[in-house]
Design a protein around this ligand. Structure first.
Ligand code: C5P
Length: 228
C-alpha cells in the first residue's frame, strides 16, 4: 500500500450533491470519511455510491451507547461493507467488547475515540470531573480500547509516537490534525505535516480542508502525494 492510500479525505459536506461534486473533483482519492453531517442528511445512499466507485469508507459516527445497542449499531454498519467505524472508548469495557464481538468475523475495523480533541484539560477537570491529567486519560482510554479488542484509535499525531510504542506495531493509529507545510492550520490547534505524522507512527491520516477547500483540489492532492 502506498502512503497516499493511507490518506483519508473527509466528505465534510451537507448533502449528496456536494458529496458527488467532491468525489468527481478527486477521482484519485481512494479512502473517504463520512461523518454525522452527511450521513444524517444523505443516509446509506452515500455509502452505496462510494462502494459503486470502488472506494474504501471510514464511517465516523462515534457510537456511544449501552452494550446491546452498540452491538446492533456496528452490525448495521457492517452491512454497508464499511472499512472503519468509530466508537467512543468511554462507553466502557462491556460496550466496547460487545461492539468487537458483533463484528468479530467481519473485515470492518472499529476505531475508538479516546477523548474529543475539542475538550481541553480544563473541561476534563472541571466539567467532566476527571482527575487524571489529559494525556494520561487519553492513554488510559487507548489501553482500555486495546484490552477490549478494539484494533485501533483516532488520535492526535502528537500522541502517535508514544501510543505506537505502548500499543505495539499492529494497533491502528488514525490521525486528523495534519497539515502539509503549504497549508494553513485553520481551527486545528496542534498540527503536524503528513511526513512527520507517518514518521511518528500514524497508520492513516485524515486530511480535509487543505485538499477539499483548495482552489484546485486535484492539484492539492497531487502536491500532497509528491511530498510523502
Ligand atoms: O479539514 P480537516 O483536515 O481539519 O478535517 C479533519 C477531519 O477529521 C474532520 O472531519 C474532523 O471532524 C475530523 N476530526 C478531527 N479531530 C478529531 C477527530 C476528528 O479533526 N479529534
Amino acid at each position: 500500500m502506498s502512503l497516499s492510500d493511507r490518506i483519508i479525505v473527509p466528505l465534510d459536506v451537507p448533502d449528496l450533491k456536494a458529496a458527488f461534486d467532491l468525489l468527481d473533483q478527486l477521482p484519485e482519492v481512494g479512502f473517504w470519511k463520512v461523518g454525522l453531517e452527511l450521513f444524517i442528511a444523505a443516509g446509506p445512499e452515500i455509502l452505496a455510491e462510494l462502494k459503486r466507485r470502488g472506494k474504501r469508507i471510514f464511517l465516523d459516527l462515534k457510537l456511544h451507547d449501552i452494550p446491546n445497542t452498540m452491538a446492533g449499531g456496528v452490525r448495521s454498519a457492517q452491512a454497508y461493507d464499511v472499512d472503519f467505524l468509530t466508537i467512543h472508548a468511554p462507553a466502557g469495557q462491556a460496550a466496547l467488547k460487545a461492539a468487537v464481538d458483533a463484528v468479530a468475523d467481519a473485515p470492518l475495523k472499529l476505531l475508538a475515540v479516546t477523548l474529543l480533541t475539542s475538550l481541553s484539560a480544563r473541561d476534563l477537570a472541571f466539567d467532566l470531573h476527571v482527575s487524571l491529567e489529559l494525556p494520561d486519560y487519553v492513554l488510559k482510554m487507548a489501553l482500555l480500547a486495546q484490552a477490549s479488542g478494539v484494533p485501533g484509535i483516532v488520535c492526535s499525531p502528537h500522541e502517535a509516537a508514544q501510543l505506537r510504542q505502548i500499543c505495539g506495531p499492529d494497533f491502528l493509529l488514525v490521525c486528523p490534525g495534519v497539515r502539509p507545510p503549504w497549508a494553513t492550520a485553520g481551527d486545528q490547534q496542534r498540527v503536524m505535516t503528513p511526513a512527520q505524522a507517518f514518521q511518528a507512527g500514524a497508520s492513516y491520516l485524515v486530511i480535509g480542508r487543505p485538499i477539499t477547500q483548495a482552489p484546485d483540489p486535484q492539484a492539492a492532492w497531487q502536491r500532497l502525494g509528491a511530498k510523502l
